[in-house]
Design a protein around this ligand. Structure first.
Ligand SMILES: C[S@@+](CC[C@H](N)C(=O)[O-])C[C@H]1O[C@@H](n2cnc3c(N)ncnc32)[C@H](O)[C@@H]1O
Length: 313
């Protein structure tokens, strides 16, 4: 299968990234390189794009797609939460713009053997980085009932989390839960019939939760976003596209924290905390895809974009 991923909110991302010729831009989630290709077109021959991804398959596909830009691009394998390690390795001193297009790519979802999808039978894997040890099978077969219920409730916002965790534990006492369809069957049995018929596939929220846990996705967003600000030049921008409310809440809160100035109690006559706003928020409300984009790419339906600009010293 081709590595296909239609870049989501592309025009809106380019607008907020404000790419100028000769800039240094970091795409923290290179994926199929749809956004990266459009950014490179705007960067010109003296600009630099650092493309980061945890997934070797994404990096391989991106290298092929971006072969014509080999002078301007540096590929880095790793988690964007480790920006402080990756950017010095790439020889970067300061950054004009960061893009985070979070989560899993369509390619990762659509490759049955990666185990991300409840639609295909495959081993329970769900790792973005195949050199990582922890797999979905480890979570499902190794976590305690309480831990599983917590993960499914927190990251899947699943109201039947306790029932699902309970049945996972009872099932695995008889035999390990090895495949995606084994897990789908357990979830279907745990969720009461009327609830099963509402709100999409019954295993959707459990799969999302386990994937987030396996890849440490939410911790990575918080760490990567906060670190990115320290690398931005004054006037530099960060753009984040998220796909579910848990991610979007973290983005919104992190930007709000960074945009806040003095934290002293109002009764103090002068500021003693010295905290200054680090960013100005550019998107009061999250930007959503247009109807036209949704018709062309239904997978964009949950996308929300937020952007911020680093304020001068
Ligand atoms: C939604 S896709 C990006 C698609 C890309 N913008 C495009 O136009 O094709 C997200 C990508 O980010 C990668 N990813 C997710 N979390 C990551 C992290 N913490 N560090 C590095 N890469 C990550 C995934 O492996 C996936 O390839």
């Amino acid at each position: 299968m081709e590595y296909e991923h239609k870049p989501v909110l592309l025009a809106e991302a380019l607008h907020y990234l404000r790419i100028r010729s000769g800039s240094t831009v970091v795409d923290c989630t290179l994926g199929g390189a749809g956004h990266a290709e459009a950014i490179l077109d705007l960067l010109g021959s003296d600009g630099v794009l650092v493309g980061i991804d945890k997934d070797d398959a994404a990096l391989k596909a991106a290298r092929a797609r971006l072969a014509g830009f080999s002078q301007q691009i540096k590929f880095m394998k790793g988690g964007f939460e480790k920006l402080d390690r990756l950017l010095p390795k790439a020889g970067v001193l300061e950054v004009d713009a960061f893009l985070f297009d979070l989560g899993v790519s369509s390619y990762q979802f659509d490759r049955p053997e990666r185990g991300f999808s409840y639609r295909f039978e495959a081993p329970l894997d769900m790792r973005m980085d195949l050199s990582q040890k922890l797999t979905a099978a480890d979570v499902v077969n190794g976590y305690s009932e309480k831990e599983l219920a917590g993960v499914i409730r927190r990251y899947g916002e699943e109201r039947w989390a306790s029932k699902i965790a309970g049945l996972i534990v009872r099932t695995r006492q008889k035999r390990p839960i090895k495949t995606t369809f084994d897990l789908v069957a357990v979830v279907k049995d745990a969720v009461p019939a009327p609830a099963r018929r509402r709100g999409g596939h019954p295993a959707k929220r459990t799969f999302q939760a386990i994937r987030i846990e396996v890849n440490g996705e939410l911790e990575a967003v918080e760490a990567g976003l906060s670190r990115s600000i320290n690398w931005l030049k004054p006037g530099g921008r960060v753009v984040v596209i998220s796909y579910h409310s848990l991610e979007d809440r973290i983005v919104k809160r992190t930007f709000a924290d960074l945009a806040r100035g003095c934290l002293c109690p109002p009764e103090l006559p002068v500021c003693i905390c010295g905290k200054r706003p680090m960013v100005k928020i550019l998107t009061k409300k999250a930007v959503r895809p247009t109807d036209e984009e949704l018709r062309a790419n239904p997978r964009a339906s949950s996308a929300r974009l937020r952007a911020a600009e680093k304020v001068g010293d």
